[in-house]
Design a protein around this ligand. Structure first.
Ligand SMILES: Nc1ncnc2c1ncn2[C@@H]1O[C@H](COP(=O)(O)OP(=O)(O)OP(=O)(O)O)[C@@H](O)[C@H]1O
Ligand SMILES: [Mg+2]
Length: 392
């Protein structure tokens, strides 16, 4: 088991800066997920941790050791790739056994004929077989040991790849989108299995995905990466409910968070989309802010006016227990998405005028440059600097 310290990692490919000073401390036994859009640098960072890629600046410490310059084999990490990376000509058993054979048998002992003649080889080979069988059984692929990868389903191949990582008994598991080649149902099932694997082994996992559901369900903490920078590292519920940055708020959540431009009318009142909302802010009159409101933060209101928004229903998406209502608001070019419980909203039809209220404490305020503006819990409301800017 080991912790990981990533300190100011930079990586450029030619003139393209892929990682721009990434720092992150991962606790021993933690499940940390790197989450971000395609091309943001997740795999590059994981490959640097594994030693498959060399950073241009910064350093990586695993456990007590600075591992920069150490070859992948010597880092005590095991990596599982999206593509499984199995040897097609070898059986499942041989694929899983490979790291054990490399570690436990010398090059001479691995020779097919001569090796067996050397004393002790048979015993070690027997131990390897036992461990492979035990691991395969624990992953539910014990009956597939004599097959080749080409004769397996995607989920089975992924289990073989996980098995091959497990027998190495690494201090750290690195997983790069291990489930993205699987269909939706299998992905959910394997997600649960990965969570169990982590709980069972108790070792550190660094997991890469661009699937937010995976990140939210698996992780102790999520590190949101966009354009080669970590914007926020926090438990999943904080990433969702208390984002530091507009880009984090917009990347997490489906449907997307609503973003509305507003202007402070007077202390505690913000003009937005033709209405005035009462939001505890004493930002100066005239200050331009952006309000982030998640679809589920709205509720139906009887009338428009102070505290609620009024719009015309453009369309309704029925999701079973919920409805997503798209509302056109005066002067706003994109519809507001409002999530309502289906049983509470049976009569909504397109073209109808609808009033929706929002709880002030569910409104996230952002500066126009995207930084989150938080109420400073310490400040009293007579203060002229009501917001503490988030340190970046
Ligand atoms: N060997 C390379 N040479 C040049 N550019 C590269 C190389 N490897 C990656 N890149 C670029 O670096 C950026 C980050 O790539 P990376 O593979 O880390 O992204 P990612 O976040 O893993 O994306 P995805 O979710 O699509 O896998 C991309 O713009 C990519 O094109
Ligand atoms: Mg990648």
């Amino acid at each position: 088991m080991a912790s990981v310290l990533i300190d100011s990692i930079q990586k450029n490919y030619g003139v393209t800066s892929v990682l721009r000073g990434v720092s992150l401390s991962i606790a021993d036994g933690e499940f940390l997920t790197l989450l971000g859009p395609s091309g943001c640098g997740k795999s590059t960072l994981l490959r640097i941790l594994a030693g498959l890629e060399v950073q241009d600046a910064g350093s990586v410490t695993i456990g007590e050791r600075v591992v920069d310059g150490l070859r992948p084999k010597r880092r005590d990490v095991a990596m599982v790739f999206q593509s499984y990376a199995l040897y097609p000509h070898m059986t499942v058993a041989s694929n899983i056994a490979l790291p054990l054979r490399m570690r436990k048998l010398s090059a001479v002992r691995r020779l097919p004929l001569l090796g067996r003649l050397l004393p002790g080889t048979t015993q070690v080979a027997g131990e390897i077989d036992e461990e492979v069988t035990r691991t395969a059984k624990s992953l539910g692929i014990g009956h597939l040991l004599v097959r080749k990868p080409g004769q397996l389903s995607g989920g089975q191949r992924q289990r073989v790849a996980v098995g091959r990582a497990m027998v190495r008994n690494p201090a750290i598991f690195l997983m790069d989108e291990p489930l993205s080649n699987l269909d939706a149902k299998l992905r959910v099932q394997m997600r649960a299995e990965i969570k169990e694997l982590h709980q069972g082994l108790g070792v550190t996992f660094v997991y890469v995905t661009h699937d937010q559901a995976e990140a939210m369900t698996l992780s102790d903490r999520v590190a949101v990466m966009i354009d080669g920078e970590l914007l926020q590292v926090a438990p999943p519920q904080d990433i969702y409910a208390d984002p530091d940055d507009r880009r984090v708020a917009e990347f997490i959540g489906s449907p997307k968070i609503n973003m509305l431009d507003g202007v402070v009318r007077e202390r505690g009142l913000i003009d937005v989309a033709g209405a005035t909302l009462t939001i505890e802010t004493d930002a100066r009159p005239g200050a331009a802010l952006t309000l982030g409101i998640r679809p589920e933060a709205f509720h139906l209101a009887d009338h428009g006016g102070q505290g609620s928004l009024t719009g015309s229903v453009r369309m309704i998406e029925h999701m079973g227990s919920d409805l997503f209502v798209h509302l056109d608001l005066a002067g706003i070019d994109h519809p507001l998405i409002v999530r309502l419980l289906a049983e509470r909203a049976p009569y909504i039809t397109p073209g109808q005028t609808l009033h929706v209220g929002v709880r002030p404490d569910r409104v996230l305020l952002f500066a126009r440059d995207g930084r989150r503006l938080r109420r400073d819990a310490e400040s009293d409301w007579t203060s002229v600097t009501p917001f503490r800017e988030v340190a970046r």
